[in-house]
Design a protein around this ligand. Structure first.
Ligand code: B12
Length: 220
């Protein structure tokens, strides 16, 4: 159990993780408030505890204890936590390291995972142009062009999403933009094999790993 005592506050990060896993919004908010007030590294630790809590939520969903509505609620709670902690996490408050385009691809309307990844990208200092869900390849290419970004992330939960991801990379190539843009794909059906098929530069099923990849690309 890790308990930090700073600025008069006792913060139990294990308790925060459990509160997140139990979807206990009041307890989560109370501990986040303490983490923010006490400053220091507490915001980073609190964010990590919330992410760990999301894993408990995933397990509870798999065992049938939680339902779809709980997942949606959890996504909102995680986004809210990331937004609250944002000014104090990722090192320097308010610093933006770059901009990227992100969306759920054509024919797929799932966005709980995308929104969690987006919240964490923003916490990491990345400006995210979020195009939403069910986004056609041409719309994505136009957004990449209009925003002049060099990083594109695509989310998909349906098996069918792989086809849309592939069509999006083909549209980028047809527009002459493929060489300038790094493409990351993520979501449940994404594998090394599918990534090759899509023609992506990287793939991940993990929000944290995806954020690290984007930060690396934008920094380099
Ligand atoms: C919630 C849900 C819904 C909700 C979506 C609500 C919403 N706003 O997103 C609703 C009810 C609307 C829905 C609809 C449908 N759904 Co649905 N849905 C789910 C469910 C239960 C959970 C998905 C989820 O949100 N998981 C939680 C999030 C946090 O996980 P995640 O999305 O995987 O994201 C994480 C990682 O993958 C990763 N990640 C995600 N994106 C990215 C991107 C990047 C760049 C990176 C790095 C990482 C990353 O990070 C996230 C955080 O850890 C799954 C079943 C399951 N067990 O997964 C079925 C599921 C995905 N749905 C399914 C289906 C078939 C449908 C429908 C077609 C049903 C129908 N007949 O109408 C429609 C889809 C219509 C469409 N065109 O998209 C199937 C897909 C089957 C398949 N393999 O193709 C599943 C697997 C259910 C099943 N077992 O059959 N669904």
């Amino acid at each position: 159990m890790i308990i930090l005592k700073e600025a008069g506050f006792l913060i139990d990060f294990e308790k925060l993780k459990t509160a997140m896993g139990n979807l206990d919004e009041d307890a989560v908010n109370e501990m986040l408030d303490q983490a923010i007030k006490s400053g220091g590294e507490n915001a980073d630790r609190a964010l990590a505890a919330c992410q760990d809590g999301m894993e408990i939520i995933g397990s509870k969903y798999e065992t049938g204890e939680y339902f779809v509505a709980d997942l949606i609620y959890a996504g909102d709670l995680m986004t809210q936590a990331a937004t609250l902690l944002k000014p104090q996490t990722g090192g320097k408050a308010g610093e933006t390291i770059g901009k990227m385009v992100f969306c759920t691809v054509k024919n797929d309307i799932h966005d709980i995972g995308k929104n969690i990844v987006k919240a964490l990208l923003e916490v990491a200092g990345i400006e995210v142009v979020d195009l939403g869900v069910d986004v056609a390849p041409d719309t994505i290419v136009a957004a990449v062009k209009d925003n002049g970004v060099s990083v594109l992330a695509l989310s998909g939960v349906l098996t069918l999403a792989i086809d849309s991801m592939k069509a999006t990379v083909e549209a980028l190539t047809a527009a002459g933009l493929r060489e300038q843009v790094k493409v990351l794909i993520g979501g449940a059906p994404v594998t090394a094999e599918n990534s090759k098929l899509v023609g992506a530069d990287a793939w991940s099923m993990s929000a944290a790993e995806g954020v690290a990849i984007c930060r690396n690309w934008l920094a380099g």
